[in-house]
Ligand binder design. Sequence first.
Ligand code: ZN
Length: 281
Amino acid sequence: MSEGRKFISGIIPPKEKLEPAWWFAFQGNKLLVYLESSSVSIPNLVDFAELGLEVLREHYLGRLDNCYCYAIEVAEETIPPEGMSFEGLRQVYDRLDEDLFWVAARAVQIVDWERTHKFCSRCRAPLRNSVTERAKECPECGLLHFPRLSPAIIVLVERDRKLLLARSRHFQPGMYSVLAGFVEPGESLEEAVVREVKEEVGISVKDIRYFGSQPWPFPHSLMIGFTATYNGGEISLDNTEIEDAGWFTVDNLPHIPGKISIARKLIDWFLTKQEKPPRNI
Ligand SMILES: [Zn+2]
């Protein structure tokens, strides 16, 4: 988040709607925004009902500075009001205020959780919201259901002045990135780094250091970033996930992910370390 505005998570909504709030309204995973010439903005209204749209679900998120924030789900067939549009989060990243973008990244996950956690997975009773934490509780058996969060490691591996980049079959044509993978139950983050790199490209790594983390709401990951150093082996692609991988220098980089991602922050960190300015796009 940029300096200045701070998001404070909360679960108890204000008793009355008396002042303008931010409304993060989703149709599926698409966010309702006002379209402006080169940017987009979020409705800032006392009550979302002012827009006259049918609301399926409303969930209080907390405050951005002193402004209340709500996640809303509207019906699939909702037609956006004049001057507004439903847009994917990746499509609005460059055009929406960054603080609001990251609250939207929370909101989309809460809306998805509300949509997919209506009944207890143990006894099938309808769930209700907990009043003490962001969870749903089963009134019959007491089981708690928290929003889904899937931790994944992402790691930049260095070898001399080169970095390891790989291409997943799901990437857009020509795109390469650092390696990433989900953490397994019972595994430490460092163990996940070692396992993923070995599984995906067949090499071993050492000097695993924490870099930073980033929510990745596509749909509910938490990316935990690391750097590591090559420690032996040759690249081999036994895994069906990766279709190409190799060592790249700062002068022969392929197409890399956009600025939104922690993958790009890792690559930019490496470029800066090689005294190469990060790319603008
Ligand atoms: Zn239950």
